[in-house]
Write a new protein. Structure first.
Length: 272
């Protein structure tokens, strides 16, 4: 699988999202994905499933250097000591000696960006995480982190799909060689029923969701982490990599409305 090179790590462009997966069902989904060839697993402190994922990783027997695991610190825990406690807890639950990518999950009002990123950079310097990054940061916040603090950001994970325009953010990230990792890449299931995507899929012998996913993965510097608990869906997402979209397809997708957001930005004071 193609990988994005960023801040010293290799990030598989297609990963498994695990939001709202819990317990044995989560473990089974991760085990299934790993058996199919997924090597990028995305989780978070807030998801409450790191223990289940840790059990799946331990059972897989896949060499550690073949796996990429992302987890995130919730925005209640952005004080330096709280970040370290949250990191230690995540590491223990995941049964790992090192995290591949550790993200700030959401910005928070009144957060101390310099102190946060000093702590995160120390975790990286100590070798406890291979890379650090952010999620749900807008351009204004990214400028502070990247240009003022000069933190080595490996990605920004945000909502991005065929029905949401992220041009401004993409342009900034591209200028700084920072990948975008797309969550909700299938518009929380809505892509499956979109007539334009269905028509494009019919042309290529593919599903509408496969078209939506391939549209993302065709873009430079973009990775995607669709949630998929069933093996059939996980396999279908992998098979989306084989679709060849043409200019006519891309134009049709460009003409779709681009104002549908599945996840509302939670903190108006820091969002533009």
């Amino acid at each position: 699988m193609e990988k994005l090179q960023t801040q010293g790590i290799s990030l598989p462009r297609l990963g498994l999202g695990t939001f709202r997966m819990q317990g044995d069902a989560c473990r089974a989904a991760v085990e299934s994905a790993l058996a199919l060839g997924y090597r990028h697993i995305d989780t978070a402190e807030m998801y409450g499933n790191e223990e289940a994922i840790g059990a799946a990783l331990a059972a897989s027997k896949i060499a550690r250097n073949e796996l990429h695991v992302t987890t995130k610190v919730w925005n209640d825990n952005l004080a330096p000591d709280a970040i370290r406690r949250a990191f230690d807890a995540s590491l223990k639950k995941l049964r790992l000696d090192q995290i591949d990518l550790y993200l700030v999950h959401w910005p928070a009002p009144n957060m101390n960006l310099p102190a946060m990123f000093e702590t995160l950079m120390k975790l990286k310097q100590e070798g406890r995480t291979r890379a650090i990054g952010v999620a749900n940061f807008n351009v204004a916040l990214l400028r502070k982190v990247v240009e003022e603090i000069k933190a080595p950001i490996a990605c920004n994970q945000v909502e991005y799909h065929v029905m949401l325009d992220q041009t401004r953010l993409l342009n900034y990230l591209a200028a700084k060689s920072i990948p975008l990792v797309a969550y909700c890449p299938l518009v929380q299931g809505r892509a499956a029923s979109n007539e334009t995507l269905i028509a494009i899929g019919r042309k290529h012998g593919a599903s509408a969701t496969q078209v939506a996913l391939k549209w993302l993965l065709d873009q430079d510097g973009v990775a995607a982490i669709p949630k998929a608990s069933r093996a059939e869906s996980q396999r279908a997402n992998l098979e989306a990599l084989n679709i060849g979209l043409d200019d006519e397809d891309r134009q049709a997708i460009a003409n779709l409305p681009k104002d549908r957001r599945c996840v509302s930005p939670g903190f108006a004071p820091v969002w533009d």
